[in-house]
Ligand binder design. Sequence first.
Ligand code: ZN
Length: 280
Amino acid sequence: MTFPRPITDHSRLSINTATTRAQWKLAEAIDGYARAGVKGISPWRDQIAEMGLANAAKAIRDADLHVTGVCRGGMFPWADAAGRAAMLEDNRRAIEEAATLEADCLVLVVGGLPAGSKDLAGAHAMVEEAIHTLLPEARTAGVSLAIEPLHPMYAADRACVNTMRHALDICEKMGDGIGVAVDVYHVWWDAELKNQIDRAGKDRLLAFHVCDWLVPTRDLLMDRGMMGDGVIDIPLIRGWVEAAGYDGFHEVEIFSELDWWKRPAEEVVETCKERSLSAV
Ligand code: ZN
């Protein structure tokens, strides 16, 4: 077997609903993706809440879409006891939602520093403590937790786990039922990426997210590129995750206030389909 495997159809294409968030509510996205022949979806929790969990689950089932992830749990580090309790409660709801939607994983964006804090090591410890608390409950619910290491530019405010190495160190301390979401946007720059993907192996590679890194990037959060428009060698990285045993979906996740959110959603979905053949 040579990697990356050729992609000749859309049977492994998933779209993260952030990609059409400005144009479509969740019900429209479910309908629009299914109509376009996309097979997977990864919904955000605010959209699930807006539609209602039971309604969302039924619509996704009726559309025969596979849920490649629920976005997102995490945001673990807390400022005080009340904050810790609220964080745990929110993550318990997220686990329940992922279970109801039969998602491949609950994506964890682990959170940055609590407001006013400079204690990065303390934040790292809180992340581990929270996962240690929640993981047995996720296992009972049949939900896999996927730590998504985020690009280091988000360490302060979104995720203080920024490399595959750090994410996998945590996974190995925790045992079964936890792995990583590999998002090329966040990890493409890492000289250790291939080795860490090999280290993760099939059991810990729970999701593969694609988009592209634009040069210049005009906004740190909202200027992700369509696959093929930037500098990431996506087929190379896909080859690495496949060689390590990953055989799941390729989930397109594009936050693009400056470009794709301004276009008709149907055009965005069609472009995702085309580029998933030519640039993933
Ligand atoms: Zn992602």
